[in-house]
Design a protein around this ligand. Structure first.
Ligand code: ZN
Length: 244
């Protein structure tokens, strides 16, 4: 059994198409939120996740677009894209976003959220202190997260209480070991921020108890052209070149 893990597509049709073309055969897909926001193809990206029967969690952008999260949590550029997106979405897709869950249980003790288990929509797990707090408060074996757009993995060793971080900005591999617990971010499909502009995704292989993170190039110049033509803030286009 293999699960394809995608997150933070952010209305980027070029990136999601390249990921779905590149990815090996999986048994199911999950999306960890932020299907929309920033980019110009929200309807297309929602159709895509529906087409692949993807189980989806709602992210902060998804819920802000449908009025379930206060837009004041966002900076100016994000707000501009959220307002723009809310005007573009078909009614059926607004309803789709409205009904997204905040947490998915993949199997016993393996969960998926957008931000963090204690604040699914808004918390970023960016450092070992935050990760440590979450490992102590929650009892998952693996927690898959998105939200930060940084591919990487925090692990907690139950024998010596040590927390480690591995950066997966160039892809990588984690073998799940008996005495460790994990917070894994498979990176962002549509707006990577870890310095690598390539789209990021993961595969959770339950048979081998391992997670692979992959990076794939996509024609971001097309995405940038659409963002500029739509009149969205220029920085949303520029950052795709750098993966920042
Ligand atoms: Zn996001």
């Amino acid at each position: 059994m293999k699960i394809g893990i995608i997150s933070d597509i952010h209305s980027n049709s070029e990136a999601i198409n390249c990921v779905l073309k590149n990815i090996e055969k999986v048994d199911e897909f999950i999306c960890l939120g932020d299907i929309v926001g920033y980019g110009t193809e929200p309807n297309y990206c929602i159709k895509k996740v529906k087409d692949i029967n993807c189980r989806c969690i709602g992210g902060n952008h998804d819920f802000a677009v449908v009025g379930k999260l206060d837009i004041n949590y966002f900076n100016y550029t994000a707000r501009a894209a959220i307002l723009w997106t809310s005007l573009q979405l078909k009614k059926e897709n607004l309803n789709f976003l409205k009904n997204l869950e905040k947490r998915i249980e993949l199997k016993d003790n393996v969960i998926a959220v957008h931000g963090s288990p204690q604040n699914p929509l808004l918390e970023y797990i960016l450092d070992k202190d935050t990760a440590s707090l979450i490992f102590s408060k929650f009892n998952f074996k693996i927690c898959f997260v998105g939200h930060s757009h940084l591919a990487g993995c925090f692990s907690f060793n139950e024998n010596n209480n040590q927390i480690d971080y591995i950066n997966f900005s160039n892809g990588g591999y984690i073998e799940i070991s008996k005495n460790k617990r994990y917070i894994i971010n498979c990176g962002s499909v549509g707006q990577p921020r870890d310095g690598n502009p390539q789209a990021s995704y993961g595969i959770y292989d339950l048979k081998y108890n391992a997670v692979n993170i992959y990076r794939v190039s996509y024609p971001f110049n097309l995405t940038q052209g659409k963002i500029i033509n739509a009149g969205l803030p220029r920085s949303l286009a520029d950052r795709l070149s750098y993966g920042r």
